[in-house]
Design a protein around this ligand. Structure first.
Ligand code: NDP
Ligand code: CA
Length: 318
């Protein structure tokens, strides 16, 4: 007795003939903190009933189970210890959680603790080498935004990948802070990824998932697009020219009006990783006139899901 879930299809990318067994499926998703959705967000076109945790938790789990990613990166997680960690552990995921130091959830009556970033990985596919939680700084001053940076080794190929998840400062007027936080994250990643400064080919491939709270023409986006890591944003592959971000990754209606924008990204090292497939976005009609969240979708942000594989080095073995 609820509207059907979005019927999203994977779009396979041109030269994607990676051995199917070694595909790494990655999900990026701001799931909408329970305390914020019911408390502060003011989604005026979404009935409160659709926002209850008793409904939303099943839709969130259903989204993960539908695509079964090997790596799941989430923001606004405020039900980690009581729900997401135990349920996903039962499905074979190990995980890490980093709460925001002064989560806005804490100001909501009846909150379930702070929200934060969470990173889940399929334990049968990846071995954990290292994981660090980072409080992002701006000009050496600690901010309220965090990241998790994890190094995993693929049990099939033996190759390593560094996965980061973050949620940058929201709202307009804070473009400079997002940019500085992004630079701080890139600085931290440098130390994790660069094994031997003399041999950039030995660098560990990067996957950076985040709600950057920044549209593609913002400074922080440019910083990632032009970083020395050679990063690209995976969802551009969905566009006809392969160079354009989707029209939206979040779509909601607040008392101040409708907000339809692209704020979420999956960055990857283009020299060492290849995008084999990208999950398409629901259409405006599928999302419906009241936008998100809704009875059929539990968050105001859509999940991003991509299949990656390691590029073979041409000179390998010879
Ligand atoms: P951010 O500005 O980064 O935003 C926090 C959350 O608010 C994000 O998850 C964001 O979602 C959401 N958000 C963005 N735009 C709006 C909007 N227009 N209306 C409602 N929600 C929105 O916050 P900080 O991490 O910097 O935290 C500071 C905020 O938290 C302050 O507002 C502070 O007053 C409050 N706070 C209150 C406490 C209390 O006890 N009263 C304790 C700690 C913090 P998205 O990323 O999806 O856009
Ligand atoms: Ca939010």
């Amino acid at each position: 007795d609820r509207p059907p879930r979005f019927d999203r299809k994977f779009v396979h990318i041109g030269d994607g003939d990676g051995a199917p067994s070694s595909v790494i499926r990655v999900m990026q998703w701001n799931i909408l903190a329970q305390a914020l959705g019911e408390g502060l967000d003011n989604f005026v076109m979404c009935p409160l009933e659709a926002l209850s945790w008793s409904r939303r938790k099943y839709l969130i789990m259903e989204e993960v189970l539908t695509y079964r990613p090997h790596i799941v990166c989430m923001q606004e997680v405020d039900h980690y210890y009581d729900t997401l960690q135990p349920v996903l552990a039962g499905l074979g995921y190990s995980s890490h959680f980093c709460p925001k130091p002064w989560s806005p959830c804490l100001g909501v009556e009846g909150n379930n603790g702070p929200d934060g970033c969470a990173l889940f990985y399929d334990e049968s596919r990846f071995e954990l080498l290292d994981s660090v939680s980072i409080r992002l700084s701006a000009m050496r001053i600690p901010t309220n935004q965090v990241a998790i940076v994890t190094t995993l080794r693929c049990r099939i190929t033996g190759k390593c990948v560094c996965v980061a998840v973050t949620h940058l400062k929201a709202r307009s007027g804070w473009e400079w802070l997002r940019s500085t936080q992004g630079s701080d994250l890139l600085w931290h990643l440098q130390n994790v990824v660069q094994k031997q400064p003399s041999d950039p080919a030995a660098d560990i491939p990067l996957l950076i998932c985040g709600d950057f709270n920044a549209v593609p023409n913002e400074e922080v986006y440019r910083r990632f697009a032009t970083s020395p890591f050679g990063l690209d944003s995976a969802y551009k592959k969905l566009s006809r020219d392969g160079l354009t971000e989707p029209e939206y990754t979040t779509w909601k209606i607040r008392p101040t009006g409708e907000c339809c924008s692209t704020l979420d990204y999956i960055w990857y090292t283009k020299d060492t990783l290849r995008v084999d497939a990208v999950l398409d976005m629901p259409t405006e009609e599928e999302i419906g006139p009241n936008r998100l969240p809704s009875f059929s979708y539990p968050s105001d942000h859509l999940s991003l899901v991509c299949d990656f594989s390691f590029k073979e080095e041409e000179w390998e073995g010879n």
